[in-house]
Design a protein around this ligand. Structure first.
Ligand code: PLP
Length: 436
């Protein structure tokens, strides 16, 4: 296994995260951070670049836009970012833009691509999509005068199952296709950790004449993506989860090059205007060709600097191919340890279980091709999860809880190690031992 780049990151110590259990863990040791799916840690590169930009701001002020001492003029700062971002998502450079925030970008994309007609007006998505996406879908339907209950078509797993079957998704697309305007799934589902079969969903949607867009919040930096080759129409993502660019950092979007300006009306802003004449301030908007034509405002340089730093680390690691290999090994190892636990029950037994003794199952698909780094543990009976989560924290294992009963553990291949997986599994066993 290639080695982790843990040294490139600043991770909290046990003391800093309030791991107070005695006698363990050592207060000055780094905690076991299995939560990079929720918020990636600070990289030393990002820290250095943000500090550098603060210094430039203090020493150059407005001249930093056009004459930057480190060759990163703020006026075209994102030109340093888009090549790396394009590589990360498998797209051409002009197909990606570094801008805004995830939900705002989702609205922009839906504004351009969701064009309901009386016959074709539905949005197909997974049930229990991330709430922000659900709100966006419903409000977009309302903005077109449609009833969200009719316009938003949600797919649920079969009874007793936790994730969607590919065949069921493809059947639904085939059956409902003529009424579907937009198919919009998450690449990797935030709750279950399921990595959807993106290429086959994209093909099936487009074969029905539907647009296919993706929310890649939990997929980018986690699984290898080939948006251009898969032919996805558009995609949006944030950069603070597996990409480690910091809380609320600048986001990204992708638009396939097949889409031409004239076909895509948009809410324009000056940063989407041709840079050659942007500062001549002409009255008529003349967009940059491709995704960058969607840019509205000049980008936040501090968050963009942070993103640049984290993308440089991905580049150093060789991007997603070696990282995915490492990820498969780590997640496989964690799964192996967890399924050996005396508290583990297989998913097919979990839904019918009556016992009041604590137990857990894994609802993330067992097939490595259908998941990324995250394993979602479902705790039984209801109410146990919160106690487990708090106890793990006090033992220095940072996980993330999703009500009602889920704890997500994500060994991120950039900075997590086998030891983190072992520590997570050992501590979980100890916590459960102490509950019974
Ligand atoms: C994390 C996440 C969001 C958060 O949206 P922001 O606009 O960045 O606050 C939205 N959707 C999904 C699927 C997410 O995983």
């Amino acid at each position: 296994m290639s080695s982790a780049l843990s040294d490139e990151f600043v991770l909290p110590t046990n003391k800093e995260i309030g791991a107070t259990s005695h006698p363990e863990p050592d207060p000055d040791s780094v905690c076991t951070y299995l939560c990079g799916n929720s918020l990636g840690p600070l990289s030393k590169r990002s820290k250095a670049l943000v500090e550098e930009e603060l210094k430039v701001w203090g020493t150059c002020a407005v001249t930093g836009h056009f004459s930057h001492p480190h060759g990163r003029n703020w006026v075209d700062f994102c030109d340093h970012i888009t090549p790396l971002l394009a590589e990360l998502v498998g797209a051409k450079e002009k197909e990606v833009a570094c801008m805004g925030t995830l939900t705002a970008n989702l609205h922009l994309m839906m504004d351009s691509f969701y064009k309901p007609t009386p016959e074709r007006y539905k949005i197909l998505c997974e049930a229990h999509a991330f709430p922000s996406d659900q709100y966006a879908f419903a409000s977009q339907a309302l903005a077109h005068g449609l009833d969200p209950a009719k316009a938003v078509l949600e797919m649920s797993p079969r009874p007793g199952e936790y994730t969607l079957r590919e065949e069921d998704i493809l059947d639904t697309i085939a059956r409902e296709g003529s009424s579907i305007a937009l198919v919009l799934f998450s690449g990797v589902q935030y709750y279950t950790g399921q990595w959807f079969p993106m290429q086959s969903i994209t093909r099936a949607a487009q074969a029905q004449g539907s647009i296919c867009g993706w929310d890649l919040a939990h997929a980018v930096g986690n699984v290898p993506l080939a948006l251009h080759d898969w032919g996805a129409d558009f995609a949006v993502w944030c950069t603070y989860k597996y990409v480690n660019a910091g809380p609320g950092s600048i986001a990204g979007l992708y638009v396939h090059e097949k889409w031409k300006e004239s076909e895509l009306p948009k809410f324009a802003g000056w940063w989407g205007h041709d840079p050659a004449t942007r500062f001549a301030m002409p009255p008529k908007f003349s967009p940059i060709e491709g995704a960058q034509g969607f840019q509205q405002s000049n980008p936040g340089i501090l968050v963009a600097a942070s993103l640049l730093g984290s993308l440089q680390i991905f580049k150093e690691a060789g991007m997603m191919k070696p990282l995915r290999e490492r990820s498969l090994q780590l997640t496989g190892a964690l799964e192996n340890l967890l399924t050996k636990s005396k508290y583990f029950v297989p998913p097919e037994e979990a839904s019918a279980r009556q016992s009041t003794k604590p137990a857990f199952t894994i609802i993330t698909p067992a097939d490595p091709d259908s998941r990324g780094a995250q394993l979602s543990l479902l705790f039984l009976p209801s109410g146990v999860m919160q106690k487990v989560h708090n106890a793990l924290n006090s033992l220095g294992v940072i996980s993330d809880e999703r009500n009602p009963d889920i704890i997500r553990l994500a060994p991120a291949p950039l900075f997590n190690t086998l030891k983190d997986c072992e520590q997570g599994a050992i501590m979980l066993e100890r916590v459960l031992d102490n509950l019974v």
